[in-house]
Write a protein that binds this ligand. Structure first.
Ligand SMILES: Nc1ncnc2c1ncn2[C@@H]1O[C@H](COP(=O)(O)OP(=O)(O)OP(=O)(O)O)[C@@H](O)[C@H]1O
Ligand SMILES: [Mg+2]
Length: 254
């Protein structure tokens, strides 16, 4: 398993610096939550790691430097992400979506040959994300939460080793959130997981470690308890350093 090591990461848009010198270490197998107010630079950081925006500094996953590589090469290095809005093929079935994702690294001939049976990695992913019974349903008929699980399944069939998930439980019911948290726990037994999230209850229940981003910088880092007790974090979330009930971070409404 590999960890993520970010040094001096900087992203600017027309003179505005969205990520302003971030150092971040996520050890292999961690389930790291990345929190912070709107506009803190969380999505931009993930965009930089996955090659979608130009950045300066260094991003190492395992032995490889990712910065400067193309989006495709970064994906081939085992790094995958989801977006704030789901991006599944709605008119194709769950199985077809997974099959296409699995085939992303294969030639057309292999795809054709494997048509008649379900590839092992696809069957495993179906079980892991709990969609085996819906394998033949069009993705468009899935509930909101199930679409997010399908997207995560699409990363698993590509054997992504570093998953970067952008607000995976936004809009989910309590039960769906719980199921998602348990899914992320299972996944992080074998892979490194970074979750951007605004849902503080979800973060408290499932984070193994937390980094707080604010104005493009890492404001605080540690366990859930450490971060919640940090006056700098309370100030950003509450507008003042809370004296009582110090652990209660404000929950943002989207
Ligand atoms: N392509 C872009 N061009 C110009 N500015 C951008 C671009 N993308 C992001 N920004 C700006 O960079 C800052 C960080 O945005 P980012 O989307 O990374 O925040 P975030 O922490 O993900 O916020 P949210 O919690 O709302 O998703 C914001 O001020 C945003 O307006
Ligand atoms: Mg964002």
């Amino acid at each position: 398993m590999s960890g993520l090591e970010i040094r001096g990461l900087r992203v600017s848009f027309d003179g505005f610096t969205a990520v302003d010198g971030v150092d971040l270490d996520v050890r292999a197998g961690d389930l790291r939550f990345l929190i912070g107010p709107n506009g803190a630079g969380k999505t931009t950081l993930v965009d930089a790691v996955t090659g979608l925006v130009k950045a300066r500094g260094s991003v190492r996953f395992g032995d490889e430097e990712l910065l400067g590589r193309s989006v495709h090469r970064i994906a081939r290095s085992g790094v995958g992400r989801t977006f704030q809005t789901a991006t599944v093929f709605e008119e194709l079935t769950v199985l077809q979506n997974l099959d296409i994702a699995a085939g992303a690294g294969r030639g057309a001939w292999t795809m054709l040959r494997r048509r008649t049976s379900v590839p092992e990695e696809v069957a495993t992913a179906l079980d892991t994300v709990g969609l085996a019974e819906l394998a033949d349903s069009p993705a468009g008929t899935l509930a909101h939460g199930q679409k997010q699980w399908l997207e995560i399944g699409m990363l698993l069939v590509q054997d992504v080793r570093l998953l970067l998930l952008d607000e995976p439980v936004a809009g989910m019911s309590h039960d769906e959130r719980q199921a998602t948290g348990e899914l992320l726990r299972r996944i992080s037994e074998e892979r490194t997981v970074v979750v951007i999230e605004h849902d503080m209850d979800f973060m408290r229940s499932f984070a193994r470690s937390v980094s707080v981003l604010h104005a493009g910088r890492v404001l605080s880092e540690g366990t859930v308890a450490e971060v919640q007790a940090d006056p700098k974090v309370q100030e950003v979330y509450l507008g003042h350093a809370a004296t009582e009930d110090a652990g209660d971070l404000a929950v943002r409404e989207a």
